[in-house]
Design a binder for this molecule. Structure first.
Ligand code: 5RP
Length: 223
């Protein structure tokens, strides 16, 4: 099976976690796009979705799935999203699609985080994938030096020759060279550095379930 087919497999499998009559939280990325496509087949059974990015909002709306403002919803029972890395405890690195801050907000609103990923995303220790960090632009250079002091190397994410601008009007640093052995402590530390909007370690908002796409089918991991 190709990686794309594995993504489609877990996107379809995630439908079992959608509760009829309830709003569902929707993440961002190519795996989530497969989930959104599958969600369209049951759109008449749900009132709508809370979305984590402009890109997912556009896709949901194009398929006729109503999108609700996060502030109009008290809570969500389930949030479905992908990951760049996930470990054996359900801790994740996210933000490859630059949507990490809104993803963390919607995850925090949700009772359960269902991570959908192909098996290439499973890692023993977080940190091989460049860690995305959303930052206030004026703090970017100082924060890059601060990551350097902890042994990492931070690069401003560039798109079409310019710093990428997130849905929140901010920039992204991608940090390589880190081994994140204690994701809970790491997330706490980096999140309080002035100028950090959100670090892409999802430890306090970790996955409750991971649907992992493998050539043998979908493996369900619970944390
Ligand atoms: C976007 C994310 C995505 O969930 C993550 O990048 C995985 O994406 P994909 O499903 O395309 O591999 O965090 O900000």
């Amino acid at each position: 099976m190709t990686q794309d087919e594995l993504k489609a497999l877990v996107g379809q499998a995630a439908l079992q976690y959608v509760t009829p009559g309830e709003v569902v939280g929707v993440g961002t990325g190519s795996t989530v796009n497969k989930f959104i496509d599958a969600l369209a087949s049951i759109k008449d059974r749900i009132p709508g979705a809370v979305s984590s990015s402009e890109a997912s909002t556009a896709r949901l709306k194009a398929l006729g799935i109503p999108v609700l403002e996060a502030s109009a919803v008290e809570g969500l029972s389930v949030y479905i999203d992908g990951a760049d890395e996930i470990d054996a405890k359900g801790y994740m690195v996210k933000g490859g699609g630059a949507a990490l801050t809104r993803e963390k907000i919607v995850a925090a609103m949700s009772g359960r985080f269902v991570c959908i990923a192909d098996e290439s995303k499973m890692v023993p220790v977080l940190g091989a994938f460049p860690l995305p960090v959303e930052v206030i632009p004026m703090a970017a250079a100082r924060l890059a030096r601060q990551f350097g002091a902890m042994g990492g190397s931070a690069k401003l994410r560039i798109k079409d020759g310019h710093p990428l601008v997130t849905d929140n009007g901010q920039h992204i640093l991608d940090v390589t060279g880190l081994k994140i052995g204690d994701p809970l402590a790491f997330e706490c530390e980096v999140n309080q550095w002035p100028g950090v909007v959100t670090v892409g370690v999802f430890a306090h908002q970790k996955a409750s379930v991971c649907l992992l796409g493998t050539p043998g089918g979908v493996r369900t991991l619970t944390f």
